[in-house]
Every structure is written in structure tokens, then in C-alpha cells.
Design a protein around this ligand. Structure first.
Ligand code: AMP
Ligand code: MG
Length: 404
């Protein structure tokens, strides 16, 4: 049995080795959300493209307000956003100007509407206005030729806005890996079916597809396969053919009908580990086959989700070009006792609430790895280290939010 941290290290190393440099695609900017830029983005324009007003007010010459007792300027006309004013501003003149409008030639400052008085065409100013006051200067944000977004950047809503303001409609992003899923178990029936004797509905296929979607990867499912060695091997090989990562659900343990590990040996996959000191999720295997990653995940529904989040998701992220260095864990004060045994790193799904700046963890129900209900009642998880058993209310432990 391998330590959970060691398992993560191995997966991280193997996924980094899979070179994705040449695997990119051109997508519409809105489809690039949560993907990673595969090119440097150069600016073909200055942003903003002209000096513009940051306020609704009056465009003036700052000099006209300096060392003067009474400042009275003549208001010429109104410049609104989108106009281009041809006539330059002359001494002791002002233009009324709206936010975002282009500054007229000769003007070097804007005074806010709220700070002046206007009677007929006369503008009264009672203060000295500094040069560049309330002006957003040409190229202040980005200069023509700049690289405001570098290859490797994760695209979030502000990046999409910036791309749009630079005139990019399509950009190159790294291709998301395709994850092949193979669901095994003689007890499984389709979710449309009524429950029959000895059978349960195939929920894992759906949670897996949702987890993959949540990780912004593509899915290829071979559906349910019987606990039959030949059929299972055939479907695993098909999944390898069609995907970058293959996941099996179920059949990964030591039961008489758990064939996944035998098949890995038979096809001579490079098996890295077959058992992890994590709860839930001990019967998890990881292997590399034909430069593709393979995860055998346990069939127990919450173990499957936990191992996906801890082991598969980081691999998908790194194959998508996302390298996360910062930890998302924080300290949580326990509101209840939690029973646990030493020997494995334990993930206990809880409700985390913040009160007066402190995070507290509340019990959310039975943690049986066959149940999903407690996970549905949870927004977070606390992680009890391997060498610690039960923990008590009031103790402080590391936790994190889930599915964020
Ligand atoms: P296994 O990993 O095959 O030993 O299965 C462990 C437990 O998970 C058993 O109780 C299975 O019935 C259950 N299980 C396996 N596959 C699925 C599935 N696709 N959906 C829901 N439960 C499953
Ligand atoms: Mg089974």
C-alpha cells in the first residue's frame, strides 16, 4: 500500500511527461473559458486607443485654472462617448465631456460635473486642476506590440474580456484530454430500469461524466461491461484507443470477479501502484500504457468520487496545461467528534461554515463509501492524517471546499 501523497507525486510526474505542446486547437473565445492559452497574445492596438475621459465632466486646459482668482471658461459643446471632436480646445474654453469620450485636442484635464457650476455658457471652477486629472491616457493599459496574455495563462472571465477588447475572436488553447470510462459490475442496471433482485442502478457512470465535465475534459464512455475478463479487456483496450486517460469503475479490488488488475498485467501496462492508504478509496490502481494514463477506481460511489478528485482531476488539469502550486486547504475547527482509525489518510465529508472569520466543520452523516448522501449534504472535506485516529470537537484540522 502506497501513501496518498506518494501516489499523487507519481501521478503528477507521469502526467507532466505526457507532452501536450502540439495538442492545441483554435476555439471561439467564449469556448476558451477555463482552458489554457497555447499561444502568446500580442496587441495590435493601443489600449485605450486615445486619451479619454474617466468621468462625466468638462474637458479643459489645466493651465487655465492655475494661479487665477476667478476661473470662468466658455463651454463650447458636448462630446459624448463615441464622438471624435475635430475642433481643438482654445484658451479659456471647455467642452462638456462624457465618460469614455475622446478628449479634444488641446485639452489636458477633466473636471468632474459635481465640482463645477454652470450658468448659461459659463463654467465656474473654484480649484486648480492638475494636468492629466481624470484622463485615461492612450496606451495606458496596453501598448501596441505588448504581450498582455502569455502562453500558459488560464482563461477566466477577465481574460475573455481582455481578448475581446484586443479584437481576438478565436484563440489557440490546449486540447482537453479525452477520458475514457469503463463501468464494470454484473449488478448494474441502467438508470431507466426498475430495481430488480440483486441489482442496483449504475450511478457511477453519471457521477464520473459529471466529474469529467467539471474538469473541462472530454468523455468517451463504453458503458456497462459485465464482470467478464474477456469482455472487460476488449472494452478497456477500446477505451485506450479512443482516449488519453482511461478510468474503470469497479472490479478493482481482490474479489473473485475483480479482473481489472489481471487485465493490466496481461496487457503489460506499467503498473505504478494498486492500493493507496486513503479512505475512502483504498483499492485504487494507477498505470501507464502506450503513453496514456490508467486509473482503476473503486466501485463504491463516494470512494470513486473522492479518488477522482484527489488523483484523476490533477492529472486532467496538468494535461490541460494547468499547473496548480498553491494548496486549497485551510484550517477548520471541528464542531463534532469524528471517529476514525489510524493507518490511512481519511477524507471526511462535512459542512463547513464560517463564523466570525473562523471555519467550522459539522458532521454531515454516515461516511460509508457506498453512500452518496453525506457527500450531498457537504460542501467540504476534512483530512485526518494517516497517523491520527479519531478527532474531537474543538480540535483544529486541515480541510477544503469540494467541487470548486
Ligand atoms: P467493486 O468495486 O466492484 O467491488 O464495487 C464496490 C461497491 O460499489 C459494490 O457495492 C458495488 O455494487 C458498487 N458499485 C460498483 N459499480 C457501481 C456503479 N457503477 N454504480 C453504483 N454502484 C456501483
Ligand atoms: Mg464489482
Amino acid at each position: 500500500m502506497i501513501e496518498a501523497g506518494q501516489a499523487k507525486k507519481i501521478i503528477n510526474e507521469e502526467s507532466k511527461l505526457l507532452n501536450r505542446e502540439n495538442k492545441y486547437e483554435k476555439v471561439y473565445i467564449l469556448d476558451s473559458l477555463n482552458r489554457v492559452l497555447a499561444e502568446d497574445i500580442y496587441s495590435l492596438d493601443n489600449l485605450p486607443p486615445f486619451d479619454k475621459s474617466a468621468m462625466d465632466g468638462y474637458a479643459i486646459r489645466s493651465l487655465d485654472t492655475q494661479n487665477k482668482e476667478n476661473i470662468i471658461l466658455k463651454v463650447k459643446s458636448l462630446i459624448k462617448a463615441g464622438d471624435s471632436c475635430e475642433e481643438p480646445l482654445k484658451e479659456d474654453e471647455a467642452y462638456k465631456i462624457m465618460t469614455g469620450a475622446m478628449l479634444p485636442r488641446g485639452a489636458d484635464a477633466v473636471i468632474q460635473i459635481e465640482r463645477v457650476k454652470v450658468e448659461s455658457d459659463n463654467l465656474y471652477i473654484c480649484e486648480e486642476v492638475k494636468k492629466d486629472n481624470n484622463i485615461i491616457k492612450l496606451g495606458e493599459e496596453i501598448l501596441k506590440g505588448d504581450v498582455p496574455l502569455k502562453k500558459g495563462t488560464l482563461i477566466r472571465p477577465p481574460e475573455i474580456g481582455l481578448l475581446a477588447s484586443l479584437g481576438y475572436e478565436f484563440i489557440n488553447v490546449y486540447k482537453a484530454p479525452t477520458v475514457g470510462i469503463v463501468i464494470t459490475g454484473d449488478e448494474l442496471i441502467d438508470i431507466k430500469s426498475e430495481i430488480e433482485k440483486g441489482k442496483i442502478r449504475n450511478s457511477n457512470e453519471y457521477s464520473l461524466k459529471a466529474l469529467i465535465k467539471n474538469s473541462n475534459a472530454e468523455v468517451f464512455s463504453v458503458g456497462i461491461v459485465k464482470d467478464d475478463r474477456t469482455a472487460l479487456k476488449e472494452k478497456i483496450l477500446l477505451a485506450f484507443e479512443k482516449s488519453d486517460i482511461v478510468i474503470t469503475s469497479g472490479g478493482a479490488s481482490v474479489g473473485d470477479y475483480d479482473f481489472v488488475k489481471d487485465i493490466l498485467r496481461e496487457i503489460e501496462a506499467d503498473i505504478k501502484f494498486t492500493c493507496v492508504a486513503i479512505k475512502p478509496g483504498k483499492p485504487t490502481s494507477f498505470a501507464v500504457y502506450n503513453s496514456k494514463l490508467f486509473f482503476a477506481l473503486p466501485g463504491n460511489p463516494s470512494a470513486l468520487i473522492n479518488t477522482f478528485e484527489e488523483f484523476v482531476k490533477p492529472a486532467i488539469r496538468s494535461m490541460s496545461g494547468i499547473f496548480k502550486n498553491e494548496s486549497d486547504e485551510f484550517q477548520v475547527v471541528l464542531k463534532n467528534d469524528f471517529k476514525a482509525k489510524e493507518g490511512r489518510e481519511k477524507y471526511i465529508f462535512v459542512k463547513i461554515e464560517k463564523e466570525d472569520g473562523v471555519y467550522y466543520a459539522y458532521n454531515s452523516g454516515s461516511q460509508c463509501s457506498n453512500h452518496l448522501r453525506a457527500m450531498c449534504n457537504s460542501n467540504g472535506v476534512i483530512i485526518i492524517p494517516k497517523n491520527i485516529g479519531s478527532v474531537r470537537a474543538g480540535e483544529v484540522i486541515n480541510g477544503k471546499f469540494i467541487f470548486r
